[in-house]
Every structure is written in structure tokens, then in C-alpha cells.
Design a protein around this ligand. Structure first.
Ligand SMILES: [Zn+2]
Length: 97
């Protein structure tokens, strides 16, 4: 009986752990585009001024907001803000070179 119980426990643990480790591997392989701007694209406020920025994953990129409230605005028109981020990033690159 005891051996059976161990076997069941082992199967349970394996069924829980295997999908989890698979998921972790997927997340590592997936490359997120980093958010390089120093400001919140929604409010225009400097990131980190009001505490830690709120990090959000949208499709293949990482986005940082000054606060969680800005996520609501982002979700209303994500495409518009993605465009804004890309424009701001392009500008920042030009300024550097
Ligand atoms: Zn905000």
C-alpha cells in the first residue's frame, strides 16, 4: 500500500512540475522587446518618480507605466500608444547618434 501511495504522489508531483518547467523554458526562449523610454507613454511622467514603474507585457514587448492606472488608458487604445512608443524610441535613437 505504501509503495502505491508513493507512486501516486510521484505521478502527481510530475504532472504538476512538468508543465511548469515547460512553461518557464518557453518564457526564457521568448525575447521581449525592452522598454527603453525613461517616461510613461501615457502620462509623460518620468518613470520611477512615484515609486517603481508598473511593468506590463503586451504582445512581444515590455511596457513600463508610471503607475497601474495608466494601464487602463493603454488598454483603451493599445495600438495608438505602441505607435507613440515606437516614435519616441526612434527619436531617442536619433538623438544618441
Ligand atoms: Zn501613470
Amino acid at each position: 500500500m505504501r509503495a502505491l501511495r508513493h507512486l501516486i504522489a510521484a505521478i502527481l508531483v510530475a504532472s504538476i512540475l512538468v508543465p511548469l518547467s515547460g512553461l518557464a523554458a518557453d518564457q526564457k526562449a521568448e525575447k521581449l522587446k525592452p522598454y527603453t523610454l525613461k517616461i510613461c507613454i501615457i502620462s509623460g511622467d518620468k518613470l520611477g518618480e512615484m515609486g517603481d514603474p508598473f511593468v506590463y507585457k503586451y504582445k512581444d514587448r515590455e511596457i513600463k507605466f508610471c503607475c497601474k492606472g495608466c494601464l487602463k488608458d493603454f488598454n483603451k487604445e493599445p495600438d495608438k500608444y505602441i505607435k507613440k512608443i515606437e516614435e519616441a524610441e526612434a527619436k531617442a535613437k536619433k538623438a544618441k547618434s
